[in-house]
Design a protein. Structure first.
Length: 73
């Protein structure tokens, strides 16, 4: 029996907040695509936060923040 999850698969990436635009936060992240491999993806990711999450996180430019990025995004 194979296990299946209804939740979409996500990467969790930690990055540095570059810019905040309303409740959208632009973050420079580095993702390691394979745990034992050299390949990594680096670039800006925009995380859309709802007002409640934004108030809870209170992101500040220059601080580190972890975001969930769905596969295929």
């Amino acid at each position: 029996a194979s296990e299946s999850s209804s939740a979409p698969a996500c990467h969790v990436a930690t990055g540095v907040v570059r810019r905040i635009e309303g409740v959208a936060v632009r973050i420079l992240v580095t993702l390691r695509l394979a745990p034992d491999g050299p390949s990594a993806l680096e670039g800006d990711v925009t995380a859309e936060l709802d007002a409640v999450s934004f108030a809870a996180l209170r992101p500040v430019a220059g601080e580190r923040l972890a975001v969930r990025i769905p596969h295929g995004a």
